[in-house]
Design a protein around this ligand. Structure first.
Ligand SMILES: *Cc1c(COP(=O)(O)O)cnc(C)c1O
Length: 436
């Protein structure tokens, strides 16, 4: 409907109903607008298609793929349920037991009636995990970054945000929504960060936002040295440990715990949806900071609390990984094994010291086609990673080995990838001598 403003009667400001009505053929073609937006993505070869999968609990990493020809068993090689905790008997047990005792939903926002005991227990567990006085749960890691960063920066008068160039979209959105002045420092570059800190007024509040483990290249930030700079220049630090919690550090506290830097990070943000196998996000830090975010963050205040069974499952996963080291050790062992096997076959992985195995393709169409062939012909599921998740020209297959991928799975993966590389004439590296 188009409002066409006042009619021609002198002095009349009224918008008459007749004037407001769209003429035939004049109204906006809403679906047409949406369809052409999607067509643009198709043209750029970055229209996304999701595989219809059904995970098989107890048989990780297998899943049933509901293919166009019917169900087929496939091997998952791209799950962020990095340790398979989403199928751990203790975690499933906690979820079922809590659902039976307390029901499914939380029944509201925390302010209305949604606060419940499993949520409180989970926040205590997380505060303990990161050795911080307090923690606060959000609906997801995304929301914790978006709402957490924007609220913190708004509460600090004239705050300057210093944001790593490779930060996740949830952090970028948090920075944007804060309305604060933002400067981007070169990825993991201490000298550039220091140069930007040096020119800022010493008394001005400064918030450094960064990740510990960047999940697309699998590289790691110098967390300790960044915190040292922050202290020297009077800045506050906000660290996304989403791809590290559960997997690094003696109790799964993340890279900051591993590096002995947890004390020096002001705000640690994490997810319950990756290594902990569930859903939800959180921040941990000082009691005053957590109380302020709890009181001011719209993304916390105006949305329903996580259900009790979801909280209980997360608590069970965190507790298990605080004392069990087998999953972490085997996870690293499997990742190293996959990297060595791919290198020996001349497949061009991006080198790193973590559990992520990025395999560069550098072309969106070939990346998608490679993924399709892997699934349809080899029963291997690796979702293509294209722009905007990664920069154009760095399209890749992102492989995430888990403790459940055995040597036979790895051999099958190498055979399948070699076939795909041959088929699409993708460049091989010199075949490296197997490191293992
Ligand atoms: C996945 C991810 C998030 C969001 O976490 P969710 O719990 O999945 O919403 C935040 N930060 C980074 C770096 C991520 O990769």
């Amino acid at each position: 409907m188009t409002l066409r403003g006042p009619c021609n009667t002198a002095g009349c400001e009224r918008k008459c109903p007749g004037e407001a009505m769209a003429q035939p053929g004049e109204a906006m073609d809403y679906d047409g607008a949406f369809a052409s937006a999607v067509a643009r993505l198709r043209e750029e070869r970055r229209y996304r298609v999701f595989a219809d999968l059904e995970r098989i609990a107890g048989r990780f990493p297998y899943a049933r793929w509901h293919s166009p020809q019917g169900p087929r068993e496939v091997t998952i090689w791209c799950s962020n349920d990095y340790l398979g905790m989403g199928q751990h008997p203790k975690v499933i047990g906690a979820m079922i037991d809590t659902a039976v005792r307390m029901g499914t939903g939380a029944g509201g926002t925390r302010n209305i009636s949604g606060t419940h005991h499993p949520l409180i227990e989970l926040e205590r567990e997380l505060a303990d995990l990161h050795a911080k006085p307090a923690a606060l749960i959000f609906t997801s890691g995304y929301v914790s970054n978006q709402s957490g960063i924007s609220t913190l920066a708004k509460l600090l008068p004239d705050c300057l945000i210093l944001s790593d160039a490779m930060n996740h979209n949830s952090m970028i959105e948090g920075v944007r929504q804060s309305g604060a002045e933002r400067r981007i420092w070169r990825h993991n570059d201490l000298a550039d960060l220091e140069a930007q800190l040096r020119v800022a007024a010493p008394r001005r509040p400064k918030l450094i936002v960064f990740e510990s483990l960047y999940s697309m290249d699998g590289d790691v930030a110098p967390v300790g040295p960044i915190c040292d700079l922050a202290r020297r220049y009077g800045a506050m630090t906000y660290l996304d440990e989403v791809h590290a919690v559960g997997m690094y550090g003696p109790r799964g506290g993340g890279i900051a715990e591993r590096d002995g830097a947890m004390d020096h990070v002001d705000v640690i943000e994490g997810t319950l949806a990756k290594a902990y196998g569930g859903l939800g996000g959180y921040i941990a830090g000082s009691a005053a900071m957590i109380d302020a975010v709890r009181s001011y963050a719209p993304g916390f205040i105006f949305t329903s609390a996580l259900p009790p069974p979801v909280c209980a499952a997360a608590t069970a996963a965190i507790r298990h990984l605080k004392t069990s080291h087998d999953e972490r050790a085997r996870h690293q062992n499997r990742a190293a094994r996959v990297k060595a096997a791919l290198a020996a076959a001349g497949l061009p992985t991006i080198a790193n010291d973590t559990h992520i195995v990025p395999l560069l393709i550098g072309d969106p169409e070939k990346c998608k086609a490679a993924s399709d062939v892997l699934l349809a012909e080899h029963g291997i599921y690796i979702q293509p990673i294209n722009y905007p998740t990664v920069p154009k020209g760095t399209e890749r297959l992102r492989i995430t080995p888990t403790p459940f991928h055995d040597d036979a799975h790895i051999e099958q993966l190498v055979v399948a990838l070699t076939d795909v590389w041959d088929r699409f004439a993708l460049p091989f590296n010199d075949r490296a001598v197997a490191a293992e």
